[in-house]
Design a protein around this ligand. Structure first.
Ligand SMILES: Cc1ncc(COP(=O)(O)O)c(C=O)c1O
Length: 400
């Protein structure tokens, strides 16, 4: 359901229920395993699905009968993300990866076939290659720039198309509307990992995608101190997720949901700052002699830039630079190790800047990586832009 409020306002008020919580601004942390009932009848009603399953269809904080199904803290976060994504229902998972794997397990059965973008987050690929294969589910990786040509890869048993736009290392922006159009004709479910753009800058469900998921670990949490995942979907698929959620015993900690809710309130403001600093730094880097190419969706050098301009509402803090040549591990260490502001570490979405070299050639299977120079992924945090530029400038000087 679409809100008429500006997203900045929506992020602040969505999920808030002070009147149910003694007037507190933030939804409290409800921790529990056991939920107590006043009568046997009330317990019986809850246990027999009247409230337990309902807890995952509507958001009444009183409708829960055992902590594993979530507590009012989890429900408030579900509600807030649902509103920002413009969906019908959100489920919270203990990690972004578990949101991904549970989505795959929700829709796929033995004998099915799934199409996954070649730019996919590494552990999603690992899950498909190991676990889905073990269950007799076949995976085909496709060129992220495939668009409507995805039609040629569809088999009679294709049940799901997974997109990630842009890819979080190589930043190809996928033509999701074109893929969705083909998928709908063939009754195939579409899923988007929307972690990079956040609910603010891309609206997968508006473009017809069935499931939009996030590593809440990133921008939603925003402070590098939680691991969490979310999926948002439409009415059509709610019951499948509700059932699986409970049958697999999925549970996200209310403490982490609290931190995610708190993070969500400042997400629009943080994202604008990341966006501005990242764009300025990328523009500045583009002119540096040792930088051959910028892979940032807002730059024309990035595959899918036109689609980005058509479908996205803005950009965020993560992008890649391709250097003028292949540098050795030692040379890259010489560039990066002395840095004091940029941290060397996986993940992103927090307030701190990060830097990490990587090699796409060793990961791809459906497409060939033809760029000659070393790739370095940058995550631009909330530090001062000039301080970050200075550190990058010094690092580039040390290179080679
Ligand atoms: C694009 C993307 N999706 C999903 C995930 C998984 O999130 P989590 O670390 O919460 O499992 C990540 C984590 O790096 C990611 O970058």
């Amino acid at each position: 359901m679409e809100s008429i409020l500006n997203q900045d306002t929506l992020a602040i008020i969505a999920g808030k229920n002070s009147e149910e919580n003694s007037g507190t601004v933030n939804v409290p942390i409800h921790r529990t395993s056991t939920v107590l009932f006043p009568t046997l009848k009330a317990y019986d009603d809850a246990e027999h699905g009247k409230a337990f399953y309902k807890a995952h269809k509507n958001l009444k904080a009183t409708d829960f009968s055992y902590g594993i199904g979530g507590t009012p803290t989890n429900f408030a976060l579900e509600d807030a993300i649902t509103q920002l994504e413009g969906g019908d229902k959100t489920f919270i998972y203990p990690s972004g990866l578990s949101a991904i794997t549970m989505t795959l397990l929700t829709f796929l059965s033995s004998g099915d076939h799934v199409l996954i973008t070649d730019s996919i987050y590494g552990p999603t690929r690992r899950f498909c290659n190991k676990e889905l294969k073990r269950f007799g589910i076949e995976t085909t990786y496709y060129d992220p720039m495939i668009g409507s040509k995805i039609r040629g890869l569809i088999q009679d048993n294709t049940k799901l198309i997974f997109t990630e736009s842009p890819g979080s290392l190589t930043f190809e922006v996928q033509d999701i509307p074109a893929i969705v159009k083909v998928a709908k004709e063939k009754n195939i479910v579409t899923v988007t990992d929307n972690s990079w753009a956040t609910s603010l800058y891309f609206k997968p469900l508006k473009h017809g995608v069935d499931v939009s998921l996030h590593a809440g670990t990133k921008y939603i949490g925003g402070h590098s101190d939680i691991i969490l995942g979310t999926i948002t979907t439409t009415k059509e698929h709610i019951s499948k997720f509700s059932r699986n959620y409970i049958d697999y015993g999925v549970h996200a900690s209310p403490d982490d949901c609290y931190l995610a809710l708190r993070g969500l309130k400042t997400m629009p403001t943080r994202i604008k700052a990341h966006e501005e600093k990242a764009l300025n730094i990328a523009k500045w880097l583009k002119k540096k002699p040792k930088v051959a190419k910028i892979l940032h969706p807002a730059f024309s050098s990035c595959p899918g830039h036109k689609v980005f301009k058509r479908d996205f509402l803005g950009s965020t803090g993560l992008f890649t630079i391709i250097l003028d040549k292949k540098y050795s591990f030692k040379e890259l260490s010489h560039m990066i190790d002395p840095m004091k502001i940029f941290g060397i570490g996986a993940s992103w979405g927090g307030y701190e800047s990060l830097i990490l070299p990587f090699d796409p050639a060793s990961i791809r299977t459906a497409t060939k990586w033809t760029e000659k120079g070393s790739c370095v992924r940058l995550y631009i945090g909330l530090e001062d832009e000039d301080d970050l530029k200075k550190e990058l400038q010094d690092g580039l000087k040390r290179l080679g």
